[in-house]
Design a protein around this ligand. Structure first.
Ligand SMILES: Cc1cc2nc3c(=O)[nH]c(=O)nc-3n(C[C@H](O)[C@H](O)[C@H](O)COP(=O)(O)O)c2cc1C
Length: 284
């Protein structure tokens, strides 16, 4: 198992936290995060790298200058995902960064994916970026401030349910016009549900998944790139979906593998806006 706690519990517990206690993070937790990031960096076959950024010794105004006004408050720590402009690999970046988010959740720390709402240039000045590197995504980490939502996962999920699109919009059976029911999803009900609960930019929930026998095809169903962002948001979100789907499937003892089907292997006809990325082939 990837984490010592259930990935389904961590998924249900995680929410975007934007206001934090002004509190130093327990050094043991910071050490664990450093180790986790180091392991990810060592095992990485892409040009992405992840680092912990500690602003404990910064002046207040310098910290405020990193966070944009009225977005993130209270914390002096973040995890930074750095990528290479010429060799972007957004899908694996999204997958890894979401694992980092779930790991921080396991440590009892709040997080919030930030693709746009921080001072990218100001932060970059503190980093030794080399060559074509740039700051891709960051997350603040810290202790969530006076949250009324410190409640068990199930209640948190009920609280969040309203902000998520229904199954019939996201999951489809054989053809895009045909919704996939929870019964038809079988053992994959939870892996799919964990995709539905995942974070996405602007909460757009762009994922569309088509089940065809033992195959689950993953698409982005709405606009994917935005000029003001340095990355293709849709690809990052496919990585997030892969992370939740695969880790939940593994936790349930399901076996399978990812394959990007070639054009000739794609039998489905799609709505205009859908763009195909990857397929999970169940081998249980
Ligand atoms: C790739 C990505 C980029 C995001 N960028 C921002 C951001 O710049 N500012 C922000 O406040 N939230 C950002 N978010 C957080 C989303 O708004 C949030 O995940 C979504 O509204 C769902 O809410 P939840 O995370 O509480 O479940 C981002 C999320 C993702 C996945």
């Amino acid at each position: 198992m990837e984490f010592s706690r259930s990935v389904m519990d961590l998924t249900k517990e995680r929410v975007s936290v934007r206001t934090y206690e002004e509190q130093i993070i327990d050094p043991e937790k910071l050490g664990k995060i450093e180790n986790y990031l180091q392991k990810l960096n060592e095992g990485n076959t892409t040009k992405d790298r992840y680092l912990l950024f500690n602003m404990e010794n910064f002046k207040d105004e310098d910290v405020k200058n990193i966070w944009k006004p009225n977005v993130i408050k209270g914390t002096r720590y973040c995890i930074i995902g750095i990528s290479d402009k010429k060799e972007m690999s957004e899908i694996s970046f999204g997958y890894d960064f979401e694992k980092i988010i779930l790991y921080a959740t396991e440590l009892g720390l709040g997080t919030c994916w930030l693709g746009g709402a921080f001072n990218r240039d100001g932060l970059s000045k503190h980093l030794n970026l080399n060559g074509e590197e740039f700051v891709n995504i960051i997350t603040p980490i810290g202790y969530e401030k006076d949250s009324f939502r410190f409640m068990p996962g199930a209640m948190n999920l009920a609280f969040r349910a309203k902000s998520r699109k229904p199954w019939k919009v996201l999951f489809h059976h054989n053809v895009p016009e045909n919704p996939l029911s929870e019964e038809e999803a079988g053992d994959y009900k939870e892996p799919l549900e964990m995709v539905r609960q995942a974070p996405s930019g602007f909460n757009r929930q762009p994922w569309r998944i088509l089940k065809e026998n033992q195959k689950f095809h993953f698409f982005i169903g709405i606009r994917s790139s935005y000029g003001f962002l340095p990355h293709d948001l849709g690809k990052i979100e496919i990585g997030i979906a892969k992370c939740h789907f695969e880790l939940t499937a593994k936790e349930k003892g399901l076996k399978g593998r990812w394959k990007a089907l070639g054009d000739h292997e794609q039998s489905f006809s799609l709505p205009n806006k859908w763009k195909y990325y990857i397929t999970w082939i169940d081998e249980s």
